[in-house]
Write a protein that binds this ligand. Structure first.
Ligand code: PLP
Length: 382
């Protein structure tokens, strides 16, 4: 039996989504067509938009919600908004000021690095309200702080950031990458009040290749992908209708089940953490932080995390390291080092992230397979 503990990488299709696949024949038409086949596809898109708005409490009139190819595109689109405004003549690129937290996903950090290379001032700062308050200025154009980190599960104070920072940087667009929070905890964009919010379909049980950017009403449309008039010209190109339909179905699932799922995920995570941390040399460096209910990053002292993940895979347990791969050589996660771990400690960390339907029995079985792998790895070493 394969045990899947890698939901933050991709959740895996929800049954409520997969069972509907035979009924999605309307999704293979062009939603821009005015004939009835096209209009069936259009209806699927609008139903999904409605469900997603409900899931994140982003009411029409306050926010626009645009479908994209995924959170990577949404994050890029968000970061390039001030850039296109500048190119359109309102400012010089050299006058653009970005404040970005150090723990962001590469789909925020990489465009930020490119913007810096193009002349923008980009300040990377610790993901705390204090650090961000001292990094921003009245001329800051863009601030990005993720809602929860994909590797550690740590939740960041996006709501506080807004109340504290808005006054200090009144012109800034405030963006949050909420990819890992949606479907794990309740999200209310109306309460959060950020200007831009990123979400991804496959992190909540929809198909991969679909995401959304939610934009506060009234923000200037500065699209990166140009062409047709789809998505009110925020994102040209024929929509990924099957993906968008699956996103809507997944949203409906979470709307119905989220409250129970939060408790269930936390129970599974706590079971895994408690039993593994009883073993010598296993610790949970972030257990005292405010965290997602489904995520734990465990440190196995003296164990190479990549080797453990491979050994676990051979035993049928899917988990992952936080490391990035460069020319075949794993590098310690910059998120973990930014969170205070040494490179050595970071290289010993494995992330386990749960789907809400993980059974208690599966976690018990995963623990015994993890123990087995650790014992074998020790034997090889001796
Ligand atoms: N942001 C976060 C926090 C993520 O965890 C991920 C995926 O790992 C992304 C963005 C990118 O998402 P997508 O695969 O939809 O492009």
């Amino acid at each position: 039996m394969r045990i899947y503990l890698d939901a933050n990488a991709t959740y895996g299709g929800l049954r409520d989504v997969l069972e509907q696949v035979p009924h999605l024949s309307g999704a293979v038409h062009n939603p821009s067509a005015i004939h009835s086949a096209g209009q069936k596809a259009r209806a699927l898109i609008e139903q999904s938009r409605h469900s997603l708005r409900e899931l994140i409490n982003a009411p029409q009139g306050d926010y626009e919600l645009f479908f994209t190819s995924g959170a990577t595109e949404s994050n890029n689109l968000a970061l390039y908004l001030p850039f296109w405004q500048a190119l359109n003549g309102r400012k010089k690129i050299q006058d653009l000021e970005y404040v970005i937290s150090t723990v962001e996903h590469p789909s925020v950090l990489e465009p930020a690095a490119r913007l810096k290379a193009l002349g923008a001032k980009v300040t990377l700062c610790a993901p705390t309200v204090e650090a961000m308050m001292s990094a921003v200025s009245p001329t800051t154009n863009f601030i990005s702080l993720m809602y929860a980190n994909n590797e550690t599960g740590i939740l960041y104070p996006v709501d506080l950031l807004l109340s504290e920072v808005r006054g200090l940087a009144p012109q800034a667009l405030i963006h949050t990458d909420a990819v890992q929070v949606v479907g794990r905890l309740p999200v209310s964009l109306r309460d959060l009040g950020v200007d831009l919010l990123t979400i991804s379909g496959h992190k909540i049980g929809a198909f991969p290749g679909v995401g959304a950017l939610v934009v506060r009403d009234g923000i200037d449309n500065q699209a990166t992908i140009l062409g047709g008039a789809q998505e009110k010209r925020w994102r040209a190109g024929t929509e990924n209708v099957p993906g968008i339909a699956s996103f809507g179905l997944a949203s409906r699932h979470h709307l119905e089940h989220l409250a129970d799922n939060v408790t269930r995920m936390a129970e599974r995570r706590d079971q895994l953490e408690a039993e593994l941390c009883e073993l010598g040399g296993v610790s949970s460096p972030f257990c005292h932080e405010q965290r997602l209910p489904n995520t734990t990053m465990l440190r196995f002292e003296g164990v190479d995390a990549s080797d453990l993940v491979v050994a676990l895979d051979l035993e049928g347990v899917c988990a992952s390291t936080g490391s990035a791969c460069s020319s075949g050589k794993p590098l310690p996660s910059t998120v973990l080092t930014a969170c205070g771990l040494s490179e050595q400690e970071a290289a010993e960390c494995v992330r386990f992230s749960f789907r809400a339907d993980a059974e208690k029995q599966e976690v018990t079985e995963a623990i015994s397979r993890i123990r087995l792998c650790l014992e074998r790895m020790k034997e090889v070493e001796q």
